[in-house]
Design a protein around this ligand. Sequence first.
Ligand code: SF4
Length: 176
Amino acid sequence: MIEAMRKAGLDLTIFFYNPNIHPRREYEIRKQENIRYARRNGIPFFDGDYDTETWFERVKGLEHEPERGERCGRCFDLRFERSALFAHENGFKVFTSSLGFSRWKRLEQVNESGERAASRYPGLTYWTHNWRKGGGQQRGIEISREEGFYRQGYCGCVYSLRDMRPRREHGKASME
Ligand code: SF4
């Protein structure tokens, strides 16, 4: 996504807000990978809070939902609402998300949530582009190899970590 945006001459900024990620060690690893890549490419990086209390409150009662279910919708909403606020407060007109890049996510669910968050602020748009298309997915894999990126074994939250074991046992480890 970043490469495509830079090639198109877009001026971009990374905002990292992922209080869903558990445990903290995993959160730090993923964040540091983002920072490393951003620094090397001269992209401004902004760090949102590791606001886990708000996240757990938001998904309460949905602990046993499967991935792509209602819990994920709430998780997206929280993260997009915070991102939309950041965009609004800092004068950005468009925002998008790496969530839409993962083949483990339902793109419609991601896009609906992004658009809902954008609609809170006049003049703000959520970019619903399908980053996987047009060779994007393959290029993502190549960049990941070239960069030696850390490969996450589960989506992020404590519940996806819990549910990872059965999936792995069936030989379908989740790699975003
Ligand atoms: S599985 Fe992923 S998207 Fe769904 S609630 Fe957990 S961290 Fe959020």
